[in-house]
Write a protein that binds this ligand. Sequence first.
Ligand SMILES: *Cc1c(COP(=O)(O)O)cnc(C)c1O
Length: 308
Amino acid sequence: MNTVPTPLQEIDLSIKDNPNNIRLFLKQEYLNHPLIQGNKWRKLKYNLEAFRESGKKNLLTFGGAFSNHIHATAAMGKHFGISTIGIIRGERAAILSPTLNFAEANGMQLHFISREKYRNKYQENQLEEWKTLFDNFYLLPEGGTNEAALRGCRELGEEIMQQTTTLTPDIVCLPVGTGGTLAGLVSGLPPSIQVIGFSVLKGEFIKREVRSLVEQFGGHDTCSYKVNVSYHFGGYAKWSTELVDFMNSFKNKHDIPIDPVYNGKMMYGILDLIRKGYFPEGTKILAIHTGGLQGIEGFNQRFGNLLH
Ligand SMILES: *Cc1c(COP(=O)(O)O)cnc(C)c1O
């Protein structure tokens, strides 16, 4: 069922866009599981175990109408026979997003709440409300980020090292949402490798959050890392025509689909930095394609089939 290790593919860079002769490899994590794709499978793997050990009846989690995490959790519930509950930000729309349609079709019970309530979802009185509404649940935080998730993402780092013994990367890149995947990854890589996370959220705050996750869960011998905050395109799920054009031409050229929320922004950022000569001569970069392809349908439905 699982393709592990996920394959590496070298990306052909044209000479004019690559002044420092960088080599770029893409680790195709989107192929790791047919339904529970990319980093979301890495994050869910040990949560599945913890859920089973907890003896709880339901698995309860949180997300927006287009959330990859909601999609992945619903698919996991169906696949492994677990009852799932999704607390969804905002009102229920007359026509559900493809993500929420999928979640419901896979047996997830959806519960819609106001944005304000959503912001306070972990506060004591809110937790009490969830407890009266839904009995006996295992709580999985938004985006699936917790200690068990980081353990799964640590294996991603270890897998990269086993896979690249003859061609060890100098830098590993990945997109950053909550930073959970990055924090797990850095604990699975040696100090000789640098990690660069491309934040898809606007603002510097994410640097603090990532640091706190690494300190909490990362252990001592993590590799060095930084978070680039220059390629968010206006914020979470924001986009521009330039980004869409880039994504379409990337897919045409390399025959690799990328999602607009995470990997489109990361790839744009990496290729832009390469073009500007940011990386030293001959640097070997491994970029992790974290999946999220389910989001393309919802994006096209909302904005008019922009992505090919
Ligand atoms: C959730 C997600 C991320 C971000 O992962 P974090 O652990 O929250 O940083 C990146 N890429 C894809 C495709 C995702 O679905």
